[in-house]
Ligand binder design. Structure first.
Ligand code: FES
Length: 162
């Protein structure tokens, strides 16, 4: 079908190919973001700018996709990721006090990283060990019964170099 000299079917095919290319690039985006985060520990702005140019996708779109997933981080993170469980059982057994003590001791708020990048402090929902409440995780390690009284041991462990 021709409209004023335009081969509509050919144009539709061309647009389809362009859209297919863009979709392919979008499909690559998440695995590439994972790879960047594996390499740097977070998603540095410069790396996202380079990625935007390389893939020909707007930078705003890359940020929008990355912000949708909570596993992506835009700031450097600590070597130790310390998460205080704030689930009901842990809350009842003093998790807020544990969190407050860690915030005071490391002089950071929840969600922040120490200046020397040794640790990031976060909270988490129930981690499934309610019998051990209050629970704190340090990277993949689960520590139970971290009562406000027992917290010194945890602090020493966090402060220890690997
Ligand atoms: S509430 Fe903390 S482990 Fe379940």
């Amino acid at each position: 079908m021709d409209i004023e000299g335009l081969d509509v079917e050919r144009e539709i095919g061309r647009v389809g190919r362009v859209l297919g290319e863009v979709e392919k690039k979008r499909g690559l985006l998440i695995p590439i973001l994972h790879r960047i985060q594996e390499d740097y520990g977070y998603l540095p702005g410069e790396a996202l700018e380079r990625l935007s140019k390389k893939l020909g996708l707007p930078l705003a779109e890359i940020y929008s996709v990355a912000s949708f997933y909570h596993q992506f981080h835009f700031k450097p993170r600590g070597k130790k990721i310390v998460r205080v469980c704030m689930g009901t059982a842990c809350h009842v057994r003093g998790a807020s006090k544990v969190l407050e003590t860690l915030e005071d001791r490391f002089r950071i708020d929840v969600g922040e990283t120490t200046e020397d990048l040794s640790m990031t402090l976060e909270t988490v929902g129930c981690v499934g060990c309610c019998g051990l409440a209050p629970v704190v995780t340090v990277n993949d390690e689960v520590l139970g019964e971290v009562s406000p009284k027992k917290i010194e041991g945890l602090i020493e462990m966090i402060e220890q170099e690997e």
